[in-house]
Design a protein around this ligand. Structure first.
Ligand code: ARG
Length: 456
């Protein structure tokens, strides 16, 4: 089969050239966007009288047929036709002859591929955003059940102050909210029609670009033909937004992994989302969380790959840019695998409230509250901090907690300490006194849940 561009060539391409140059094995997934874009282009060509209306109609009708044939698995793509764009055009021309050859009037593969990628990304951003919302919903439901579940909060992975498990979960709900905002921003900048940019210098035909934009649901048209075919910043933005989102999932995975360790036992993963060992019969491993954590690396890798591919390309199109597809596709595929399984794993895990409470009881997580109590009794905070530090040291020596001290022992520290100290340093009080907006108190957490539910 002659190449669509073979006119100026005396020889056909080497088999190695075809294999190396061809992208059909990975860009065939763009068939729907490619055909939809071509249908809008053909319709516009007919409307503008650039090609006869009957020809435009035959092209559109045949493209619809090709679309359904592809969907029914009836089409085999041709490596020699290089990519999805030329494969579709070749099939079209095989079916309707010379009329099919008119489709590419006023268009280049350079603006065509930019269009296909933008359409594809718009679709996928919607899907991924919905998946993130599903995860947020699961976390909110889990949070609702755990507004009174006290757990230790950590800094430096050392016990710091008590929190509720709900508050911890809501931290991730906030991160995911920003992840969706970033995707939404990416969507806005992706939502610009490049078609009409031609190879690089637009075209002499009187194209109606606004018409095509409306047909294909693009918010704007690009304002510079060179820019429209040259940049892949929208792909890089997507990879960046996905990398950040995966970084959040990876941190969450890491926490789940140690929460379900024997040392913590804060949660237990459902059997359906755990795996065993081929040698150690007792094992129940958090492979799902580990794999999400692990896949984060390859999403970052995709971001780095495309940034590096693009960094010194002169304007306008260069074939290097065909290398945008695999990293973008791989990142999207993997994110779409991670999110639903992570959501179901998180939604089905059993929360061990007693273990969390026990964990919060150790490690003097109420020490700040004891210092605050002394402040209320008239001692300066810096002095109170030092006094409590000494009490903590004494308690460590005795192997007891602050709540195990007697009132007399407290009176020896300060005459002003009274019986109410025990309530003040109870874990419930430590959490629920922190009732500023954004704090872990039950009331504040319930408000945060309500705000987030309204957003979803
Ligand atoms: N398959 C190419 C890509 O993915 C399409 C654009 C090719 N354009 C060209 N002038 N060779 O980038």
């Amino acid at each position: 089969m002659n190449k669509l561009w073979s006119g100026r060539f005396q020889k056909s391409t080497h088999k190695l050239t075809d294999d190396f140059n061809s992208s059909i094995h990975f860009d065939q997934r763009l068939y729907k966007q490619d055909i939809t874009g071509s249908i809008a282009h053909a319709k516009m060509l007919g409307k503008q009288g650039i090609i006869p209306k009957e020809d435009a109609e035959l092209i559109q009708k045949t493209l619809y047929e090709i679309l359904s044939d592809i969907e029914e698995g009836k089409i085999e793509f041709d490596i020699a036709a290089e990519d999805i764009h030329m494969n579709i055009e070749q099939i079209l021309t095989q079916r309707i002859g010379d009329v099919g050859k008119k489709l590419h009037t006023g268009r280049s593969r350079n603006d065509q591929v930019a269009l296909d990628m933008r359409m594809y990304l718009k679709d996928e951003i919607r899907v991924i955003t919905a998946m993130i919302t599903d995860l947020q919903k699961v976390l909110l439901n889990l949070a609702k059940e755990n507004t009174l579940t006290i757990m230790p909060g950590y800094t430096h992975l050392q016990k710091a102050q008590p929190l509720s498990f709900a508050h911890h979960l809501l931290a991730y709900v906030e991160m995911l909210k920003r992840d969706k905002q970033r995707l939404n921003d990416t969507y806005t900048r992706t939502n610009v029609l490049p078609l009409g940019a031609g190879a690089l210098a637009a075209t002499t035909y009187p194209l109606d670009r606004d018409f095509v934009a409306r047909e294909l649901d693009f918010e704007q048209i690009s304002l510079n033909s060179l820019d429209a075919v040259s940049d892949r910043d929208f792909c890089i933005e997507l990879l960046s937004a996905l990398s950040i989102m995966m970084m959040h999932l990876s941190r969450f995975s890491e926490e789940i992994i140690f929460w379900c360790s024997h040392e913590f036992q804060f949660v237990e993963l459902d059997d359906a989302f755990s795996t065993g060992s081929s040698i150690m019969p007792q094992k129940k491993n958090p492979d799902i969380a580990e794999l999400v954590r692990g896949k984060t690396g390859r999403i970052y890798g995709s971001l780095m790959a495309l940034l590096t591919t693009m960094k010194s390309l002169p304007l306008a199109y260069n074939k290097d840019m065909q290398e945008d597809k695999e990293p973008v596709f791989d990142a999207i595929d993997n994110v779409k695998m991670c999110l639903p399984v992570f959501t179901d794993m998180a939604g089905s895990m059993k929360v061990n409230k007693d273990r969390m409470y026990e964990g919060a009881k150790g490690g003097f997580t109420n020490a700040t509250d004891l210092a605050d109590y002394l402040v209320k009794k008239g001692i300066a905070f810096r002095d109170a901090h030092s006094i409590v530090g000494k009490i903590v040291f004494a308690c460590i020596e005795k192997g007891i907690g602050l709540e195990d001290m007697t009132l007399d022992e407290y009176k020896a520290v300060s005459q002003n300490v009274e019986e109410d100290v025990f309530k003040a340093i109870s874990l419930e009080e430590c959490v629920n006194k922190r009732n500023v907006p954004g704090g872990p108190a039950e009331e504040a957490v319930k408000k945060a849940i309500a705000v987030n539910e309204a957003l979803l």
